[in-house]
Write a protein that binds this ligand. Structure first.
Ligand code: NAD
Length: 475
């Protein structure tokens, strides 16, 4: 039987926030586009098993925490009744709405969607195994690789057991375990650990480095860490898991490290969240000139072009940071380049947000990174204890930190820890992209009373002139 062969101008492999943004942009620019992805609709890990479902669950968490805090505000709710099936249904409904919407947007733009998995035959064509197990060949003028990443497992620890969770299965909240061990104190461990803790699990986080969220600014993390100490059963830093064994009553875990009081403990479930790896190994890239680095990321230039001139790569597969919004931006740039525009991928700031409570968000160069680069910087921290709005929501523990170039006063970085930090950080990204200095932010009238005033406050504080907070000027 002859193989089904088709052709397209742009083949986009992978339908996550990178892939669908690229496909939609290419179609908007008049190109004929085919998107290859195994799911029924575009969305990728972010919509089906990542950002969106986790945020839906974190919204429930925040509500539970606020209901608890409301006691101090004169409102006492009864003990919450948690129906995990209903919660899962709601979360799946959120995912369905968004992915369904993307499916309609793809159709409206006449983006052809082939449900399946692609492998490259060469720099001009892919072979696709469709979801109903048929083979077809698609030839293209250009391809955009947007296959994302997968959760890393530590093979010597991973057990083939229903008690083991990864970031995907943890989102299904099959049950609320009495005790949960989270291995890895990064984005996923802290976000999902927070969900389970507010639902009632006793959560222990084990992190091998000396701090939660290694790499993030210490002044930002310390605020979160303090609050998580109250939410979690324990946080074990500079600690690793050396052994896990399943037994009748749970998983017996052996620890090694500085904070360990008891070197073994039994947990109902274990969530492993120790990072992600690029999906670059099963794509037939060896049949092309595409090159990988030693971590498996596809090597790209500033146009997101690989060593095979017809093939572009974007998103998690093209390197850190592995964030959906970075992927979307790269995808749009790659599509524009394919359409003949003279653009490059050159962001000055990529925001990062950890959606815990409080949220931690930052962009640009924070203090340590700037110092590591040998730059002279000035910093100011505006404490939320001095913010009227933070006080009205009972959250004086937040902080807004600004980092500026000591010579030019240009904003290099902004970091915020507190509720809604993820929304607030966009101002910092714009300031950095537009080359604003601290005066520009201080001279911008911010609405009162809002948390956004803390950004203006931090900028004013650089000059020792914040209205709501006094800091003696440094001589
Ligand atoms: P991560 O890199 O954020 O954190 C992994 C953590 O595990 C690190 O702190 C690391 O030191 C620790 N670790 C590694 N091996 C360990 C071991 N053997 N024992 C104990 N600790 C160990 O990775 P993640 O949380 O799995 O998230 C993966 C990626 O997904 C991130 O890079 C992030 O870009 C992305 N993500 C983003 C968001 C968001 O934007 N809000 C949310 C979730 C995930």
């Amino acid at each position: 039987m002859a193989e089904d062969t088709q052709s397209t101008q742009v083949a986009v492999v992978g339908g996550g926030p990178g892939g669908y943004a690229a496909a939609f942009m290419a179609a908007d620019l008049g190109l004929d586009v085919t998107l290859i992805d195994p799911e029924e609709n575009p969305g990728g890990v972010c919509l089906y098993r990542g950002c969106i479902p986790s945020k839906a669950l974190l919204h429930v968490s925040r509500l539970l925490s606020e209901a608890e805090e409301a006691k101090d505000w004169g409102v006492t709710f009864g003990k919450p009744e948690i129906d995990v099936d209903k919660m899962r249904e709601w979360k799946n409904g959120v995912v369905g709405k968004l992915t369904g919407g993307l499916g309609q947007l793809a159709k409206a733009r006449k983006v052809k969607h082939i449900r399946g998995m692609a492998t490259f035959r060469d720099g001009k064509s892919v072979e696709i195994t469709t979801h109903d197990d048929k083979k077809q060949t698609l030839s293209f003028e250009n391809a955009i690789l947007a296959t994302g990443s997968y959760p890393t497992r530590i093979p010597k620890l991973w057990l083939d057991s229903e008690r083991m969770l990864d970031s995907s299965s943890a989102l299904d909240i099959e049950s609320v375990p009495k005790s949960l061990l989270v291995v890895g104190g990064g984005y996923i461990g802290l976000e999902l650990g927070s969900v389970y803790a507010t639902l009632g699990s006793k959560v222990t986080v084990v992190e091998m480095t000396p701090t939660l969220l290694p790499g993030a600014d210490r002044d930002l993390v310390s605020v979160l860490q303090k609050r998580l100490k109250g939410l979690f059963e324990s946080i074990l830093l500079k600690t690793t898991v050396t052994e896990m064994k399943e037994q009748k009553n749970g998983i017996k875990v052996t620890f090694e490290g500085d904070d360990v009081e008891k070197d073994t403990a039994i947990f109902d479930k274990v969530l492993m969240a120790v990072g992600r790896k690029p999906n670059s190994d099963k794509l037939g890239l060896e049949n092309t000139n595409v090159e990988l680095d030693d971590k498996g990321f596809v090597k790209v230039n500033e146009k997101r072009q690989t060593a095979e001139p017809t093939i572009f790569a974007i998103g998690d597969i093209a390197g850190e940071p592995m964030l959906a919004h970075k992927a979307s931006h790269e995808g749009r740039v790659a599509a524009e380049i394919i359409a003949g525009k003279n653009v490059v991928y050159d962001p000055r700031a990529i925001p990062a947000v950890v959606f815990t409570d409080p949220e931690v968000a930052w962009c640009g160069l924070m203090e340590q990174e700037a110092k590591d680069e040998g730059r002279e910087v000035k910093t100011a921290k505006f404490p939320w204890a001095a913010s009227g709005r933070a006080t009205t929501i009972g959250r004086n523990d937040g902080v807004t930190k600004i980092v500026i170039d000591a010579e030019t006063d240009r904003v290099l970085g902004l970091g915020i820890t507190g509720p809604n930090a993820g929304e607030l950080i966009a101002e910092g990204v714009l300031a950095i992209e537009m080359g604003a200095n601290a005066h520009d932010i201080g001279l911008t009238i911010h609405p009162h009373p809002t948390l956004s005033e803390t950004i203006m406050g931090a900028a004013d504080l650089i000059y020792g002139q914040a209205t709501d907070y006094y800091r003696r000027q440094r001589k």
